[in-house]
Write a protein that binds this ligand. Structure first.
Ligand SMILES: *Cc1c(COP(=O)(O)O)cnc(C)c1O
Length: 406
């Protein structure tokens, strides 16, 4: 494999062109050009093993033929008609997604943050519609990430995302895993508790045993809604359809996005019939939500996930990945503090004093793409179609990187 290096020929036009982008991201001087499965090539012809998958987005890997043809065929028919009419792929997607997940209703939007916004608006309006307008408060957790729009940002429990954007109101943050704190804060002014079954951006931290079922019971006692933010953990990523399934808990409302469209922007909120009246016509919507193109893409993703048993595959390949990462911990005991995650959402937790971003850079130069999550975790969120050989290749490269650089 062509190993990229920091001295790879730079693209002469890149600095000039990138100057016109709003500088809210920190990007290395790499322009990705094409992908195939779990491999990406940049404009210099360097090959990368992509264990990021667009941050848990490219469920089927890059350029999956069934996704490509579904998108192309739909683009040749109709892209978007607004929500003044039905469109066929969206109707089929709603039917397929609800049948697969066991919920009754699906609302479609375009991103994770929009799915969270919709879920929180649904929770508030559910109670105001019953004359309980004092029931507006949301409980969320430290270390959580729910998105960047104002409502989702208010729910996000990390100062690095929140600082400078206040006031962000209406949400109380509690320590993740602290059931007693939930029980004492869950009063009749609370409309919803929102949680990630695995803190994703927060560092790939699965909920501790008993926590989620305890929150479910507390919500039931107080009649508050339990909202699962499955934007990162949903659609089979953890080896179950939902991350919540690992805890045998069913949320009242589920927010989905990232992996649902396999790379085409789409978000969804799922709920049961009992909540179908919370957002009546006119109360919420989005111009692009449920558009035919994104719906066709999501239909193709679901169809491949189901016909190729990719949820089960995520469980078995996730177990392999966890085992391989466990080997890294054994070989680099001073550099690796641990391994955690569920299914194909795994993290190698680095020892204190080792900066994940630095290791990430070395891994990238050696041709393997990963992301950092939280303060000390290297996150693996590969395509559900990743092969065991590719997982081995990625972990072997990381083994070398840790040996040489940490
Ligand atoms: C990524 C993410 C979001 C936000 O999704 P966007 O599509 O970036 O708006 C929300 N919640 C969780 C758990 C996420 O991982």
């Amino acid at each position: 494999m062509a190993t990229p290096s920091p001295s790879a020929p730079s693209l002469p036009w890149l600095d000039q062109t990138a100057r016109h982008l709003y500088p809210n991201y920190r990007q290395p001087p790499i322009v990705m050009q094409r992908g195939q499965g779990s491999v990406l090539w940049d404009m210099n012809g360097n090959r990368y093993l992509d264990l990021v998958a667009g941050i848990a987005v490219a469920t089927l890997g890059h350029a999956h033929p069934k996704l490509v043809s579904a998108i192309a065929e739909q683009a040749g028919r109709i892209l978007q008609v607004s929500n003044h009419f039905y469109n066929e792929p969206n109707l089929r997607l709603a039917a397929e997604l609800t049948e697969w997940t066991g919920y009754d209703r699906a609302f479609f939007c375009n991103s994770g943050t929009e799915a969270v916004e919709a879920a929180l608006k649904l929770a508030r309006r559910h109670f105001t519609a019953q004359g309980q307008s004092e029931r507006y408060r949301v409980l969320a957790f430290d270390g959580s990430f729910h998105g960047r729009t104002m409502g989702a940002l208010a729910a996000t429990g990390q100062s690095k995302y929140r600082d400078g954007f206040g006031p962000l109101v209406g949400v109380t943050h509690l320590p993740y895993g602290d059931l007693a704190a939930v029980e004492s804060n869950l009063k009749t002014d609370v409309c919803a508790v929102i949680l990630e079954p695995v803190l994703g951006e927060g560092g790939v931290i699965p909920a501790p045993p008993g926590f989620i079922s305890g929150v479910r019971a507390a919500c039931d006692r107080c009649q508050a809604l339990l909202v699962a933010d499955e934007v990162q953990t949903g659609v089979g990523r953890t080896g179950r359809i939902f991350g919540m399934d690992h805890y045998q808990v069913r949320a009242d409302v589920v927010a989905l996005a990232k992996g649902l469209g396999g790379g085409v922007p789409i978000g969804a909120v799922l709920c049961d019939e009992s909540l179908a009246g919370a957002l009546p016509p006119g109360s919420h919507g989005t111009t692009f939500g449920g558009n035919a193109l994104a719906s066709a893409a999501a239909l193709a993703v679901l169809s491949v996930i189901r016909s190729e048993h990719l949820v089960e595959a995520a469980a078995s390949k996730g177990a392999l990945l966890a085992e391989l990462l466990g080997g890294l911990k054994e070989r680099h005991p001073t550099r690796v503090a641990g391994v955690r995650g569920l299914g194909l959402l795994q993290a190698l937790v680095l020892a204190e004093g080792i900066d994940p971003t630095t290791i990430l850079g070395y891994a990238r130069n050696a041709g393997v793409l990963l992301t950092a999550a939280g303060k000390s975790a290297l996150r693996f969120s590969p395509a559900l179609t990743v092969t065991p050989e590719e997982l081995r290749e990625g972990v072997n490269v990381l083994d070398r990187v840790l040996g040489e650089n940490a």
